[in-house]
Design a binder for this molecule. Structure first.
Ligand code: DGY
Length: 318
């Protein structure tokens, strides 16, 4: 009976399907992320692993896997896995693309609108008993209608964000390696250089994977190109932005606001963010809907089953 190790309790459909296919399943059931040491110990004899984006699956971990044929990451991003080394060891790595596109794009729009309309500041005002009634200047935000959205990374999620933003009357430009004719045709979006996008967008939203080429892409020099009324959104990976410089910009009110779902050192958020009222901090919940998480569990499991039954995985990472 093939053994599957799951690094955290997932929606129950995952175990149900695996049991139906007669796999032996062990789940790390403590209510926290597994440590590297625990992973090395617990997963060593697994034929397949279902991992989370918080699990560091590096060379040390891979070297300790005796018979693993597949690592199915329960996320679209897979920067937590040394995929090159896994490939060398003949381990297939899969992810969960597509099915979390809508949920992540929805959260992106939530952050854009909440930043533009200062929703979290308003909520805090009420909870701290500081709301003293309607006033002409109370919490003035900014319109998004007719504003320019700059999307960095026009893949599935970036395109879904452009689609939604266009329904709110936003125009869009995008920065991407290749042209995306679909968004150009449907939403008159235009491909531009990164510098042009940063200088000309009212709202900037990041939708790139984290890799050596995107790490710190928005460094001090690039961040300094932002307009002083711009809103910066990141639902991709924290390491793409120079967080310290972003904090400086927010502190000095050099941009209007930032909406973040991801951070450099999760879950240890830079405490300087906590003192700023012009940043909205979400706890990495881009794909966190009941429906999406179930679909992700199902896809991760199907990838494992396919590989262990000698079939092609549905969504291998390239
Ligand atoms: C992922 O799956 O990589 C995203 O971070 C979800 O929010």
């Amino acid at each position: 009976m093939p053994k599957i190790f799951i690094t955290r309790t997932l929606p129950k459909i995952a175990e149900e399907i695996l049991h139906k296919h007669h796999f032996e399943v062990t789940t790390f059931s403590k209510n926290r992320s597994i440590t590297k040491r625990e992973l090395i110990k617990e997963a060593s004899d697994a034929d397949g692993i279902i991992s989370l984006l918080t699990d560091p699956i590096d060379k040390d971990v891979i070297d300790n896997l005796k018979c693993c044929k597949v690592i199915a990451n329960y996320a679209v991003g897979y920067n937590n896995i040394d995929t090159n080394y896994a490939r060398k060891k003949n381990i297939i790595v899969t992810n969960t693309p597509d099915i979390l596109t809508d949920a992540t794009a929805d959260l992106t729009l939530t952050l854009i609108l909440s930043c533009a309309r200062r929703l979290v500041e308003g909520d805090k005002m009420i909870r701290t008993n500081k709301f003293k009634g309607w006033s002409p200047n109370l919490l003035l935000g900014t319109d998004i209608n007719n504003k320019i959205l700059g999307v960095i990374g026009a893949g599935r999620i970036g395109s879904a964000v452009i689609k939604r933003a266009s329904a709110f009357g936003m125009k869009s430009i995008y920065y991407n390696r290749s042209r995306n004719l679909e968004i150009e045709n449907l939403y008159s979006s235009k491909k531009v250089s990164l510098d042009y996008l940063l200088k000309n967008s009212d709202v900037i939203s990041i939708h790139l994977p984290l890799n050596p080429g995107t790490k710190n892409l928005l460094n001090k020099e690039k961040l300094s190109l932002l307009k002083n009324h711009s809103i910066l959104i990141n639902t991709a990976r924290g390491e793409i932005i120079d967080e310290n410089h972003l904090i400086q910009l927010l502190k000095m009110k050099k941009i209007f606001a930032a909406g973040l779902d991801v951070y450099v050192n999760e879950p240890n958020i830079n405490i300087k963010f906590l003192k700023l009222s012009n940043v909205i901090l979400a706890p990495h919940i881009g794909s966190a809907t009941i429906e999406t998480r179930s679909k992700m569990a199902e896809l991760a499991v199907k990838n494992v089953i396919n590989v262990l039954k000698g079939k092609k995985p549905l969504t291998p990472v390239v």
